[in-house]
Design a protein around this ligand. Structure first.
Ligand code: ZN
Length: 191
């Protein structure tokens, strides 16, 4: 498999690799890293890179067969999400026993949700076209950050307490989320 890669050098200590959504491979390396070191590193990660590129290709094919979402469809999805998600947040916040700040719902290219230190929540509107329990699992994840601002054991124990189906939902999102993102063309889209 042919691999196109981009090197980003900075004042970091180690070398890392990730696959970008456009199928290019991003190598982050310390200043002074030679081309040869980068290539050897890429070779050692070949299996991992291939696996990820294959997954992205499968997602692209599936997204293509389902079709790109039109601007109109995205508008409808956003409106629907802005109606539904705040209710789910209220429901789960009561159940978990936490407060929260503002809720923002947008179309995002890579994230499903986030929670700021002030408790402001951010959700990807695409969650609303997924099975309802998947949307709930993201809401619960972000709200549990109101108790633990990290991904510690305690954080996951808190999730498990209120939402025992979390692991399955999270796996579903990892396996299927990419297709949803790929049905949106982010070039020139107002988010
Ligand atoms: Zn998190």
């Amino acid at each position: 498999m042919k691999i196109t890669y981009v090197i980003q050098k900075s004042r970091r200590r180690s070398i890392s690799v990730s696959v970008m959504t456009d199928n290019r491979v991003l190598v982050k390396a310390p200043y002074g890293t030679t081309e040869r070191t980068v290539q050897e590193f890429l070779l050692s990660k070949k299996d991992w890179i291939t696996k990820h590129l294959e997954k992205q290709n499968r997602e692209e094919e599936k997204a293509e067969s389902l079709g790109l979402l039109s601007a109109d469809e995205i508008k409808q999805i956003k409106n629907q999400a802005r109606k539904i998600i705040p209710h789910r947040v209220e429901f789960w916040a009561n159940k978990i026993g936490v407060t929260y700040g503002r809720i923002a719902i947008r179309l995002q290219s890579s994230r499903w949700g986030s929670c700021s230190v002030d408790g402001n929540l951010n959700f990807n509107c695409l969650l609303v076209i997924m099975p309802p329990e998947i949307m709930d699992s993201v809401v619960v994840h972000e709200l549990c950050h109101r108790r633990h601002m990290n991904h510690s054991k305690e954080f996951y124990a808190e999730i498990d307490r209120v939402f025992p189906d979390y692991k399955r939902c999270n796996k579903w999102l990892k396996d299927n989320g990419g297709v949803y993102l790929k049905r949106v063309s982010f070039v020139g889209t107002t988010v």
